[in-house]
Design a binder for this molecule. Structure first.
Ligand SMILES: [Zn+2]
Length: 229
C-alpha cells in the first residue's frame, strides 16, 4: 500500500501515524508538559496576531486580544510539538514585530510575519485571533481562508468542522482577503477563536479549559485535513 502513495500522501500517512503514536506515548509517559525536537519534516507556522502597542480588539471586560492570541498560540503549538511537527512562531512574547512603534508600524509588523513564514518554508500557516462585533449576541469560533485558494479553503473547513463540534454549531469557513493568507504560498487560515464582545465568551476564552479544548479542535482539524490529502 505504501509504495502506491505519492510523496505527499506518504508524508501525510507518516505524519498521521507518528502523531497518533506520539500523542498516545506522551500522554502515557509524560502527560502534557513535554517538548520534543521536530520528528516530522512538516512545518506549521503559528502566528499570534497583534502584539506590542497593537493589542487588537478589547473585550467588554478588558481582555486584550493580543494577550489571548499569545496564550492560544503557545497551546496550539504544543499540540503539534508533542506530535513531532516542526513549529515556528511569529511571536513568542507580548511585544510587537515592528521595531519602533513609529509611523507605518502595522505594515512593518505584517511584513515581518510574512518574512518569518517565508523563511520557515511553511507547509501550513495558522493565524490566531479573537473576534469582536458591534452587538454582544455573536459567539463561537470562525475560520477564514484566502478567497480563491482551494487548499486553504479545504484546510479552513476542516478546522471549522472540528470547532463546530465543540460549539454545537454548523458554520462554514469564510473567505476573505487578508495580508497573511494572501502572501503565504502554503495553505493558510485565520482562526478567530471567539467573540470578546460577548461577556460570557470572553470569560470562557480566558479559562485554560476552553483554551485547551479549542486549540485541540484546531489541531484535530489540521490532522483531518492532512489525512484527506
Ligand atoms: Zn485580531
Amino acid at each position: 500500500m505504501i509504495v502506491a502513495l505519492n510523496g505527499r500522501k506518504l508524508l501525510t500517512v507518516v505524519a498521521l501515524l507518528c502523531a497518533l503514536q506520539l500523542t498516545l506515548t506522551f500522554y502515557l509517559l509524560f502527560g502534557m508538559s513535554s517538548n520534543t525536537t521536530s520528528l516530522i519534516d512538516f512545518t506549521v507556522v503559528i502566528d499570534a496576531g497583534h502584539g506590542g502597542v497593537d493589542c487588537g480588539v478589547t473585550g467588554v471586560n478588558g481582555t486584550r486580544e493580543s494577550h489571548l492570541n499569545l496564550l492560544y498560540s503557545r497551546q496550539l503549538g504544543k499540540w503539534f510539538e508533542q506530535c513531532g511537527f516542526n513549529v515556528v512562531y511569529t511571536r513568542t512574547d507580548e511585544g510587537g514585530l515592528y521595531g519602533l512603534p513609529t509611523e507605518g508600524f502595522k505594515m512593518r509588523d505584517m511584513e515581518k510575519r510574512r518574512q518569518i513564514i517565508e523563511d520557515s518554508s511553511a507547509d501550513i500557516v495558522i493565524s490566531v485571533h479573537m473576534n469582536k462585533y458591534s452587538s454582544s449576541y455573536r459567539t463561537g469560533a470562525q475560520v477564514f481562508f484566502q478567497q480563491g485558494n482551494e487548499e486553504g479553503q479545504t484546510l479552513a473547513q476542516s478546522v471549522q468542522d472540528c470547532v463546530n463540534k465543540l460549539n454545537s454549531r454548523n458554520l462554514e469557513a469564510l473567505k476573505g482577503d487578508f495580508y497573511i493568507t494572501r502572501t503565504s504560498d502554503c495553505p493558510s487560515v485565520i482562526v478567530e477563536f471567539g467573540f470578546l464582545s460577548n461577556a460570557e465568551e470572553e470569560r470562557l476564552l480566558n479559562t485554560a479549559e476552553r483554551r485547551e479544548k479549542l486549540t485541540r479542535a484546531v489541531f484535530d482539524g489540521v490532522m483531518m485535513y492532512l489525512y484527506s490529502l
